[in-house]
Each structure stands twice: as structure tokens, then as C-alpha cells.
Design a protein around this ligand. Structure first.
Ligand code: UDX
Length: 443
């Protein structure tokens, strides 16, 4: 099976490398010639655990190639569109410029029966428009347009791809189904369920999945705030409800609010689509608003831990990316927390294992540090914003001796309150009943 992947960003590159690893011949294409050159030299444009090794192995075995033009589309049985669909400035709709441009270019290049597969997250109805564009450009062409959303999590993308909970295919053509089943045959043999729906259903499934997960997180975050007021423990509640199979244990970690390249953008796009069709998704509208508010409110926790003011104080922040094992800063809670701290007059020291280069595009006037301890030096509080593994076992004695005040604000609940307090810290976390039955006012 010959596959062309148009767009070699996060989704295209991971999917392309995994398809190649299954034995298909894959060409990953991108307009950015610099990126393609770098990929040919083994340099990844993103940080994703295991990706560089996977790419290099498949390049060596001649299953994976890279190109900055669409010549590889000729002769491919399946052509994936995996270009970006950012939020359109101003109205929050998904910007489909790159998808439609890719469709026009693919139309010019296809030969023989070709399945064009939209992997980019696209609003319901986009597949119809892709089909119309190709048909208009090439009335003679033999093709079918399929929707096949991805459900990869950054930081775990390769294992998510190779062991998916399900594969969703939106198609209305039997020949296309045969091609797609062949594309996913290795996973099919691994017993991954394949769900075949019509194209619009598949497109909407992706948005429904992300909006539901964003809702689950926001729900537990609001319960966490309530816990702080009433003296309950959100982690026990998450377990108490999560063991109910109807609810499920995952995505119930309370924290500073969700961020990343998908949830904020996709909830916005779903909200817009639903409004356009006159059936607003009010729960999702509320989720998005509550989450935005929460990210900003997290700085208040730090202020209260510091006696009400951070003016002219240094604050140490560990973790900048929206979650661990990525260098992605998009919509990271750290941006809201740090900006609010700076607005309140604080000087911020920061450390992140992978995100510091990207952070420069999102934050100004940060004092970047070489490691967590350098970050703590003379700071009035340590704030953990992202739960990188290397922050889970800090030498707290050393941290305490470096800080000017022994204050730890843990926005990811990675420390045990009793233990940290025993070491003499003032410790604030998220939604946890505090030691000896006393509820500490947290916000
Ligand atoms: C998400 C979806 O999980 C994935 O299926 C989709 O394809 C793309 O969007 P991703 O954005 O990579 O993946 O990260 P994810 O692990 O889902 O986390 C998203 C955000 O939610 C992060 O900010 C994370 O910190 C937060 N989160 C997640 C919580 O606050 N609590 C949780 O319990 C889970």
C-alpha cells in the first residue's frame, strides 16, 4: 500500500511514521522545504517521545520518505490530509484554508482510484466541500473522500496510534472502505474496533469526543474548588465516582485547567458550528468559559499563599508546557498564571525540561533557569504548573533552603500534603482536604 501524507506536522508525522512501521510505503509531504530537509537529516520539528527513532528506522528501511512537493501523490492509493486547522482569528471557527488548498493540489496530482482521507480535525461538512473542490478541478478523476479523525495525545502519540481504543472511518463508498481496511489492517489484526459511519458523523465524533473530555476535566475542577471550601478531598471523589464504570476513572485529575492544541480550539469550533445551525451546545459553551476563568484564577492561589501580594517578589515556576512530555505551549495554563503574576508585580523564574524555547513566543520577561533548584533561589514561593516526572521527587530540603519563604503551590497535586507540611512548607494544592481536619482557605 502506498500512502501520501500531506502535512508533516504533529499528526502527519506521527501517523506517517506509524503507517510506515506497519509496512506501508509512506511519503510525508510538507510545503516547508526547511522542515523536509531537517527531517531528511533526522531532525524532528517537534518533541515527541520515540518519534525520532521511529522515523529513522523506517527511513533506513526505505518505507518512509519526505518531499516538499506532491509528486508522491501520483500512484498513492490513500492520500491523507493532515494540515493544520487553527482557530480563525476573530470568530473562533476552524480555519480551513490549508485543508482546501491541499485538496486543490491533491486534485491536480491523483492518478487512478484514490482515497483522499481527512485526518485534520475539521467541522462537519468539510468532507463534502473537499469532494466538491476535487470534482470541480478534475471532473474526470476517480476518487472518494473519507473522514478519519485522530485521537492522539501529545506525549503518548505513538502508543495511542498503535493501540487505539477505536478507529473511526466516515465513508460512503465500498471501494474506499476496502482501501481503508487495508491501510489499518495491522491494527485490525490487533483487534482495534473499526467504526464505520457516514462522513458527517465521523467528523462530528471527533469534536464530541474532545468536548466531552474537556467537560469531564472542567467538572472535576469545579468539584475541586468546592472541596476546598467544604473540606473534602477531590482525589478521593475522583476515585469514588471513577470506579463507577458508567463514569470511568480517566480524565478526572483536577488541575489548573486544560490547555493544548486541541481542547481549547476544538471546543470553540464546536460551539461556533452549533450556533450556526441554531442548536447551541450550552454545556460546552460553559465549559470553555469556566476553563478560561480557572486558568486566570490560579494566580490568586499563589497570591494568597504569599500573604496577599507578590509585588517585587521572585516566584519560581516549574513547568511551562500545557502538559508533560511535549514542548507545546499552546493555551498552556502557565501562560495565564505567569502573566497574572507578572501583572501583580512579580518577577518570575521559570524552568521546563522541553518548553523553554517555545515559551519565548508566548511570555516576556521570564528569567529562564537551568534546573529546578536554580529556579528556586531567593524566590518567595515555588509553583508547580506542569507535572513533569522530574518535579515529582524534588529534594524538598534543598528547595526550602533556597527559597526565601517555604511556600509550595502545587497545581497538579503531585505531592502529599502531610509530607510537605512536615518539612515545614506552607503548602497549597488543588481540592484537597488539608491535614488534621483543618481546611486551609486556598483561593
Ligand atoms: C487531546 C485528546 O486527548 C486527544 O484524543 C486529541 O486527539 C487531541 O487532544 P492532548 O491535547 O495531547 O490530547 O492532551 P491530553 O492528554 O488530552 O490533555 C489535554 C489537557 O487536559 C492538558 O492541559 C491536561 O493537563 C489536561 N488534563 C487532562 C487535566 O487537567 N486533567 C485530566 O484528567 C486530563
Amino acid at each position: 500500500m502506498q500512502i501520501a501524507m500531506v502535512g508533516s506536522g504533529y499528526v502527519g508525522l506521527v501517523s506517517g511514521a506509524c503507517f510506515a512501521d506497519f509496512g506501508h510505503k509512506v511519503c510525508c509531504i510538507d510545503k516547508d522545504a526547511g522542515k523536509i530537509e531537517a527531517l531528511k537529516a533526522g531532525k524532528m520539528p517537534i518533541y515527541e517521545p520515540g518519534l525520532a527513532e521511529l522515523v529513522m528506522t523506517n527511513v533506513r528501511q526505505n518505507r518512509l520518505t519526505f518531499a516538499d512537493d506532491l509528486s508522491a501523490v501520483r500512484g498513492a492509493q490513500a492520500v491523507f490530509i493532515a494540515v493544520g486547522t487553527p482557530s480563525r482569528r476573530g470568530d473562533g471557527h476552524a480555519d480551513l484554508t490549508y485543508v482546501y488548498q491541499a485538496a486543490r493540489e491533491i486534485a491536480a496530482a491523483i492518478e487512478g482510484f484514490t482515497v483522499i482521507v481527512t485526518k485534520s480535525t475539521v467541522p462537519v461538512g468539510t468532507g463534502d466541500e473537499v469532494e466538491r473542490i476535487i470534482r470541480e478541478a478534475r471532473p474526470d478523476a476517480d476518487f472518494a473522500v473519507v473522514s478519519n479523525p485522530e485521537f492522539l495525545r501529545e506525549g503518548a502519540a505513538i502508543s495511542d496510534f498503535k493501540r487505539p481504543d477505536r478507529i473511526v472511518l466516515g465513508l460512503e463508498d465500498q471501494r474506499a472502505e476496502a482501501v481503508m481496511r487495508e491501510v489499518y489492517r495491522p491494527l485490525y489484526l490487533n483487534q482495534a474496533p473499526i467504526l464505520i459511519t457516514n462522513r458527517r458523523t465521523s467528523e462530528l465524533t471527533k469534536y464530541a469526543a474532545n468536548a466531552f473530555l474537556a467537560t469531564k476535566i472542567t467538572f472535576i475542577n469545579e468539584i475541586a474548588s468546592l472541596c476546598e471550601e467544604v473540606g473534602a478531598n477531590v482525589q478521593d471523589i475522583a476515585r469514588g465516582i471513577g470506579l463507577d464504570n458508567r463514569i470511568g476513572a480517566k480524565f478526572l485529575h483536577a488541575g489548573p485547567g486544560y490547555g493544548g492544541s486541541c481542547f481549547p480550539k476544538d471546543t470553540q469550533a464546536l460551539i461556533k458550528t452549533a450556533q450556526d445551525y441554531g442548536t447551541p451546545v450550552r454545556i460546552v459553551e460553559t465549559v470553555a468559559a469556566v476553563n478560561d476563568q480557572r486558568k486566570r484564577a490560579m494566580a490568586r492561589k499563589v497570591l494568597s499563599a504569599c500573604g496577599g501580594s507578590v509585588r517585587n517578589k521572585a516566584i519560581a515556576v516549574l513547568g511551562l508546557t500545557f502538559k508533560p512530555n511535549t514542548d507545546d505551549m499552546r493555551d498552556s495554563p502557565a501562560i495565564s498564571v505567569i502573566t497574572a503574576l507578572q501583572d501583580a508585580g512579580a518577577k518570575v523564574n521559570a524552568f521546563d525540561p522541553e518548553g523553554m524555547e517555545q515559551a519565548r513566543h508566548y511570555l516576556d520577561n521570564l528569567n529562564y533557569c537551568s534546573d529546578p533548584y536554580a529556579c528556586c533561589k531567593d524566590a518567595a514561593a515555588l509553583v508547580i504548573v506542569t507535572e513533569w516526572d522530574e518535579f515529582r521527587a524534588l529534594d524538598l530540603g534543598r528547595v526550602k533552603s533556597l527559597l526565601s519563604e517555604p511556600v509550595l503551590v502545587d497545581l497538579r497535586n503531585i505531592y502529599a500534603p502531610d509530607e510537605v507540611r512536615r518539612q515545614g512548607f506552607k503548602y497549597l494544592s488543588i481540592g484537597r482536604y488539608e491535614a488534621n481536619g483543618v481546611v486551609v482557605a486556598q483561593v
